[in-house]
Ligand binder design. Sequence first.
Ligand code: SAH
Length: 421
Amino acid sequence: MTESPEPARPASGSTPQPTSASPDASQPPHATPAPVVLPEPTSTRPVPGELTFQAPRRGKPPRHLADFTPAERKQAVESLGHKGFRAKQLSTHYFERLEDDPEQMTDLPKAVRSQLVDDLLPTLLTPIVQRVADDGQTLKYAWRLHDGAIVESVLRRYPKRVTICISSQAGCGMNCPFCATGQAGLTRNLSAAEIVEQVVWAARALRRGELAGGGDEDREAPLRVSNVVFMGMGEALANYKASIGAIRRLTDPTPDGLGISARGVTMSTVGLVPGIDKLTAEGIPVTLALSLHAPDDELRNELVPINTRWSVDEALDAAHRYYEATGRRVSIEYALIRDINDHGWRADLLGEKLAARGSGWVHVNPIPLNPTPGSKWTASRPGVEQNFVERLRSHGIPTTVRDTRGQDIDGACGQLAAATA
Ligand code: SAH
């Protein structure tokens, strides 16, 4: 086990003032499908409330099999002068057998093998740090990407399931003041393959038995990644094309993809309403998680600055449309921050707003705030947390407090803040 690189330190955790730093802040927030006027890219630390939608342009990562649909793979292989069926062979090695050693790809002629592997299975992630917590049941990886940017993933074992929390961007442009990633700004978008590779690496680690624990039922079959959550670094819906490509690769049956059940995949968002609506139209039954953190616009404008574009009600309506279209129960994420958003009246207001939209469509996951460097905020007191939960339940809203495992290796929600190059 090695130590983590020095994390980027936020200047302070103080409450930001809502700001009109973004050029289009004067636009009406709810012109749903209208394109957002994009601010200039930045990779510097954002000022409080500033939103960054467009990732700074950096050299593109090398292309990779996992960027492509099966039809595109065939084209790519043919354009290299090989028979189209080689694409399927390569996909079987990568997605089904998780093979990364060209020597083992014995059904491919040697010369073909090296060219195809060099061209379509380049190294995208280099592991630089691996940390272990919870008696070996949590592993946090930091990866260096081709251009030196660093992202993190967290692999965690629960009874009967294994979850990987993946990053969709290096950094994040959404600037939530309680989240370490948001404080460092947006470095760049990941490619679909860079997202998928995090899961493939995890699947290989499981096959090698690198994640401890598990009961008898787990020993009978090799462990598999059962759940993938887009809750690492980044706002995946702000990197929509790559994220949806990654979801397709994860959920397509082998050998076209990894064959993970869409129900095991969770897309978590600050509430980019047009992105939620686009996801709804895809018709893939992944779980949607909405990071709400406050039921009133006044507070949410500060805690989740995107709220200045799409309000609490607009985000909840979009989440409800998602439920109606997919039948998938939506998760509402609510980090409980002591004396900031944990008041009983806020639990009531949240309960009322959710119940007003119907029953059985939603559940709430309060998350005790995980500490981040430089922030003065802390988790709610246990009694206050309990009261918050009970009040929500009294409105008929299923509510489960999320665990905060991985905290001791800065691997819990909102703590991923690898230094970026
Ligand atoms: N951009 C996505 C993914 C972010 S991380 C989103 O906003 O949903 C996943 C969850 O962790 C989000 O709900 C996020 O708000 C929450 N989170 C961020 N910082 C946290 C912290 N310090 N403690 C607890 N939860 C936090």
